[in-house]
Write a new protein. Structure first.
Length: 227
């Protein structure tokens, strides 16, 4: 599954000093000595303020500007061992979570991560709570397979009728083709094609418009209420 969530990371408090800048993580890893390494792009035009904040931050052991371009710079920041837990990377690695995209602004750090199980995500959320870090789940969905029909939970027949209806203007206003004409092309009755089309639309809405995120956030909230 793919989870999209946000936290307020205490290790990126420097972003508050340069609120117009955006930071894109390239890599996070731990060294053999237990230190944390964070490599990220900084985009914006207030690099001097940002670097001053890095120097003043007690959780930053050292930093290096690896690449400098006109409107962005690549940094490597080293965190001491006692600050690594606040990265939450060890907890993610422990549960086989993989960060795919990490974007930080002055307000929050937003993640897109691959998670093996729902229990792994719950454990990560619990680790955030233990560190006093606000956690908000935005979206949870299955990783997209290669086949378009499978990607949205559709059968091949449902996918085909949706595409054909769209291509022939069935959803236009006014319609360019009737249900009966579509059924004749598909060599089925209009009632059978209508049922297939309704099931396809219902499945498509369930897989795209609706999200498990709200349900899971409610579940997380109810867990907190009972603990």
């Amino acid at each position: 599954m793919i989870a999209e969530f946000s936290i307020v990371s205490p290790l990126m408090r420097e972003a508050e000093a340069a609120p117009e800048m955006v930071f894109y993580t390239e890599d996070i890893h731990l060294t053999q000595s237990g230190e944390g390494k964070h490599v990220f792009w900084a985009s914006g035009d207030d690099f001097e303020t940002f670097e001053s904040a890095l120097q003043a931050d007690p959780t930053t052991k050292e930093y290096t500007c690896l690449t400098e371009l006109d409107d962005r710079r690549l940094y490597r920041v080293t965190y001491p061992e006692d600050a690594v837990q606040e990265l939450l990377y060890p907890k993610a690695a422990e549960h086989d979570m993989v960060y795919l995209d990490v974007t930080t602004t002055s307000e929050e750090t937003r993640f897109r991560a691959r998670i093996p199980t729902l229990e792994a995500l719950k454990a990560y959320r619990q680790a955030c709570e233990e560190e006093g870090i606000p956690f908000r789940l935005h979206r949870l969905y299955q990783e997209e397979p290669d086949e378009p029909a499978e990607r949205f939970g559709l059968t091949p027949a449902q996918y085909e009728i949706l595409v054909r209806a769209h291509e022939h203007g069935y959803f236009d206003q006014p319609r360019c083709i009737t249900l009966e004409e579509l059924a004749e092309e598909a060599e089925v009755t209009s009632s059978a094609l209508g049922r297939r089309l309704r099931r396809a639309l219902d499945t498509l809405i369930e897989q795209t418009v609706r999200s498990d995120a709200e349900e899971l956030n409610d579940h997380f909230s109810s867990e907190r209420d009972t603990t």
